[in-house]
Design a protein around this ligand. Structure first.
Ligand code: UDP
Length: 480
């Protein structure tokens, strides 16, 4: 006999894209929902699961969460490619697979889950996914779009039609002809075309990412709710403009509470130990440098930065993933670099970023401006020197440097030369620049902290979001 679902047994399926910057906030969202007593099924691809379990010894990814009483279940599905396929090297092909093949695997999984004892009620889909509405409609699920970047970026992408109409994206001539500031997007003050996300600045807009963007940001408009890993007080205008269109809730920042030992970890690479090295350095003297989990950089730019760091004489920890240039290129550092910086520089393939940023010796972050990295840096009170590479990073840089004044640019435009790096880094790590930036970071940090208080905006928004989902389920009398 059909049993009416109650709030307690709401069941959320959460399917993050297979990238660290999306997986991390999705884990935190899962924990937040599970802490309310809801059931979660967290879904990874076989390949992500394989990479995580290879990089660390894991006794069941969510074992710690289950020991804490959370009902988090775990499932894996194919992304359409064999495990041996190099997804980093063949990114375009991989993204084609995500667009055309992956949705069928999601459909099969959700179909199977619908036949389980407590079938899902809600589908949480990353906003960059293209299939949310199709699957949610097919199985009668509440469709929740999860946005893991700044609301500013979402607002711009939400209004692709306006950007196209005004010649700021994909104009007929094959180039973005309008060089004027963009001042017509609701909730966005004037913004330079060069501050748009990198994909929107490209002249050939027929590539895979453009097709994904076109589809995903049409689909988001069909979502029942949008939740964002940001904070009302940081981005009030874009959030309220989005809210005019669809129910949108800023519920961030989503990261492990107080950066304590997290109960769930899903690093795609194993972290190198560096706490002893950090302990040996003077307070505030270390620059932490990392370009995140996804971007590639060419060898020439890495060498200029390496030589700049060498000339700067600043202490540094530099995370360089094995595939940072390409999985086929392993010798990207200048000859003798590690030896030359031996006493004051550490190069690692991956680290526990939160532990590094929250160490008192770290005084600055040379960052690619990934949104998680920015939030984590603010949380730790660390100013940033910005080197955006791809995707939302170009827009995020604007927030950090131009709007919030908690960071500086490493270089103007694309070009970077070692002398400029050395001078900028030296200035950034010492004296008045550093003092002013730190003051700014503290002010922004306070906004994040306040948002998480029990009467804070993110806390309240999260509760409101839950109430609204419950209301929708009640109204439509979802029965199983
Ligand atoms: N990260 C980490 N160790 C590293 C480098 C990065 O744990 O050595 C984490 C970092 O804390 C952040 C995520 O990886 O949570 C990267 O996300 P972000 O949005 O900053 O950049 P993306 O990887 O998406 O470009």
């Amino acid at each position: 006999m059909a049993e009416k679902r109650t709030y307690q047994n709401l069941h959320f399926i959460i399917i993050p894209p297979p990238f660290q910057g999306h997986i991390n906030p999705s884990i935190q969202l899962s924990l937040k929902l599970a802490a309310k007593g809801f059931i979660i099924t967290f879904v990874n691809t076989h390949s992500t699961h394989n990479q995580i379990t290879k990089s660390r010894k894991l006794d069941g990814i969510f074992a710690g969460a289950r020991e804490s009483g959370f009902d988090i279940r775990y499932a894996t599905i194919s992304d359409g490619f064999p495990l041996s396929f190099d997804r980093s090297l063949n990114r375009e092909q991989f993204m084609e697979g995500r667009l055309h093949v992956f949705p069928a695997h999601v459909d099969e999984l959700v179909g199977n889950l619908m036949g389980s004892d407590l079938p899902p009620t809600c589908l949480v889909v990353d906003t960059f996914s293209t299939w949310g509405s199709t699957i949610a409609n097919k199985y009668g699920l509440v469709y929740i779009s999860f946005w893991t970047q700044p609301a500013l970026v979402l607002t711009l992408l939400y209004h692709l039609d306006l950007l196209k109409k005004n010649g700021h994206y994909g104009s007929n001539e094959g180039c973005n002809e309008n060089k004027d500031n963009i001042d017509y997007v609701p909730g966005v003050g004037a913004i330079k075309p060069s501050d748009l996300i990198s994909f929107l600045q490209e002249t050939d807009t027929t590539k895979i990412m453009h097709r994904v963007i076109d589809k995903a940001f049409t689909d988001v408009k069909k979502a029942d709710y949008i939740i964002c890993n940001t904070v009302d007080e940081l981005e009030p205008e874009p959030i309220s403009a989005l809210n005019e269109k669809q129910p949108t809730y800023a519920i961030g920042p989503l990261f492990p509470s107080l950066f304590e030992q997290p109960i769930v970890e899903m690093n795609l690479w194993s972290e190198s130990e560096c706490s002893q090295w950090l302990d040996s350095k003077p307070r505030g003297s270390v620059l932490y440098a990392s370009f995140g989990s996804y971007a590639h950089i060419n060898r020439k730019r890495i060498r200029e930065i390496a030589n700049g760091l060498m000339l700067s004489e600043v202490n540094f920890i530099w995370v360089l993933r094995p595939d940072i240039v390409s999985s086929e290129v392993t010798d990207f550092l200048p000859d003798g670099f590690r030896e030359n910086v031996r006493n004051r520089g550490l190069v690692l393939p991956w680290c526990k970023q939160n532990a590094v940023l929250s160490h008192s010796v770290v005084g600055g972050f040379l960052t690619h401006c990934g949104w998680n990295s920015i939030l984590e840096s603010i949380w730790c009170g660390v100013p940033m020197i910005c080197f955006p590479l791809i995707a939302d990073q170009t827009t995020n840089r604007k927030l950090v440097v131009d709007d919030w004044k908690i960071g500086i640019n490493l270089c103007e435009g694309e070009l970077v030369c070692s002398n400029e790096v050395a001078n900028k880094v030296k200035d950034f790590m010492s004296g008045a620049t550093s003092r002013d930036l730190k003051k700014g970071v503290e002010e922004i940090r306070e906004k994040l902290e306040n948002a998480l208080l029990s009467n804070g905006s993110s806390h309240t928004n999260f509760d409101k979001f839950i109430e609204d989902v419950k209301g929708k389920i009640e109204k439509h009398k979802i029965t199983r």
